[in-house]
Write a protein that binds this ligand. Structure first.
Ligand code: URA
Length: 487
């Protein structure tokens, strides 16, 4: 039986070109072998005789929607049968356009299982890759990570890391291939070994501190935890070393939590975050302007949120602004755009400002926390509230913004901003409508976060809250116009 050899493990384009040629030449699926790189043809009767076919144009085969998506994922599967399965389905789809809807068909089931396994593996890689910091001989900081995927997913997932860590030079080493990012291009090289990546660095402490602070023993179910963080990845994760100790102390901790509900992050965590922040602050003491702070924040490692966000989102607005609005943290759209309040909450904010006669371009708009905190859910990234440690760590940047902009008034939009600006938690209802004077003489006002309005379903309640928000903005407008005095 003739053999089709493929040069790449997971190139859908290469497989598709060959499949088109075969289809046009009329080769039924059971008349050919497919072999990927590194495969041995030893057991084949003819030793894997290469099949040569003339190239064909792009219109040789048509497929229903859905097939390409599934096939692009399934081609990355480690199962050597994947190429043949995809061709068999392609062949059958020419006769039966509705085949993919036949859920009980063994080929369709296998395709779906393979695609799902690849997507799971890709998801794990996005979640569990941990970069280590490496200083190269020229003194430049680079990052390297070791990862062992189950399937051939490196090319599929690498663009995700390029988008997330655009500003860094990094490499991800796997047993079969290595991908490099130099800030503009992804390139691939041979695979490596775990020992190619440094075993320890300062980032690991950050991860361990972070993980132990978010570890919630009350939710501990070893089984559930394993599925969230499968054992095979534990070796790569600095925080995983804590797991046995944390599990051991979990039942004691649960009892303690029941008797002493925690309202503050653990003291040990606060201390470590503070120590780390102090060390970073020393390096950052060079920052002498708003522009320098804007540039420096992209290297911020004060808390682990930088690992997952696309970029830090610094404030925006004129240096001469008299009013500074402080939100919580960038959302999904802000994270991608690199600008604060441009997503759904930003639209509500803009509309309310306009209604109140406040020109956003005359104000400085920023957030208490500069990196987007989220959990991935399928293709979506769900917002997570920043914790006390993250708010405290990011206060450094907000303080710099306040120092360089020197606004007459800072407005906290929501509870996170209140906690950052006052250094303590307080409800909006207890502060609302009562401007305070901060230690440095700046006026402080608290109001709701605009996203609160998006969450109110009931029309009347929402309109009431909109009016209250506009009343707060009217006070701000008065302060901007110079007509308001603190009693
Ligand atoms: N929510 C915020 O708090 N800030 C933003 O920038 C966007 C949404």
């Amino acid at each position: 039986m003739p053999t089709v050899w493929l040069d790449d493990h997971a190139s859908f384009g290469e497989w598709r070109d060959k499949a088109r040629q075969l289809l046009l030449a009329g080769y039924p699926p059971d008349t050919i072998h497919w072999l990927g790189p590194g495969a041995t043809a030893g057991l084949l009767e003819d030793g894997g005789r290469q099949l040569y076919l003339p190239p064909v144009g792009a219109t040789a085969a048509t497929v229903p929607p859905g097939y390409i998506d599934l096939a692009e994922a399934a081609i990355c599967h480690a199962d050597g049968e994947r190429f043949a399965l995809l061709y068999r389905l392609l062949w059958r789809l020419q006769e039966d356009r509705g085949l993919l809807g036949a859920r009980s068909d063994p080929d369709v089931q296998r395709l779906e299982r393979m695609a799902a396994a690849v997507r799971r593996d890709a998801h794990k890689m996005k979640a569990f890759v941990r970069f280590k910091s490496v200083v190269d001989p020229t003194g430049r900081e680079r990052f390297a990570a070791w990862f062992e995927p189950e399937h051939h997913i490196l090319e599929r997932v690498a663009p995700f890391f390029a988008r997330r860590f655009t500003g860094m030079n990094w490499a991800i080493v796997t047993p079969s291939r290595t991908v490099f990012w130099d800030g503009s291009d992804l390139t691939y090289g041979p695979g490596g070994q775990r020992s190619d990546v440094p075993a320890d660095d300062a980032l690991e402490d950050t991860w361990r501190t972070y993980f132990s602070s978010i570890f919630n023993p009350a939710r501990l179910k070893v089984q559930a935890m394993k599925s969230e963080m499968p054992v095979r990845y534990w070796r790569n994760l600095p925080e995983a070393r804590l797991i046995p100790t944390l599990i051991e102390s979990a039942s004691r901790k649960v009892r303690e939590m029941i008797h002493h509900p925690a309202t503050e992050p653990p003291v040990r965590h606060q201390r470590q975050v503070r120590r780390q922040a102090e060390a970073t602050a020393e390096a950052e003491s060079e920052i002498t302007s708003l522009a320098a702070a804007r540039a420096a924040i992209q290297g911020c490692r004060r808390c682990p949120l930088f690992e997952f966000a696309t970029q830090a989102v610094f404030g925006e607005g004129p240096k001469s602004a008299e009013v500074m609005f402080v939100g919580e943290q960038p959302g999904d759209q802000e994270d991608l755009a690199g600008k604060p309040f441009v997503g759904p909450a930003g639209k509500v904010f803009d509309a309310a400002l306009e209604k109140s006669g406040i020109d956003r371009r005359r104000t400085y708009v920023t957030n208490a926390v500069k990196h987007f905190k989220f959990v991935p859910r399928g293709k979506r990234r769900l917002h997570q509230k920043p914790n006390g440690g993250e708010i405290a760590a990011c206060r450094f940047w907000l303080d710099l913004e306040r120092e360089f902009v020197k606004p007459k008034l800072v407005v906290a939009l929501g509870a996170t901003a209140v906690q950052s600006l006052l250094g303590r938690a307080a409800t909006i209802s207890s502060l609302r409508g009562k401007p305070l004077e901060l230690d440095d003489g700046t006026l402080f006002l608290a109001t709701i976060h605009p996203s609160y309005l998006l969450r109110i379903r009931e029309r009347e309640g929402r309109m009431r809250e909109e009016r209250a928000f506009e009343a707060d903005l009217a006070v701000i407008r008065e302060i901007m116009d110079g007509g308001y005095r603190v009693a």
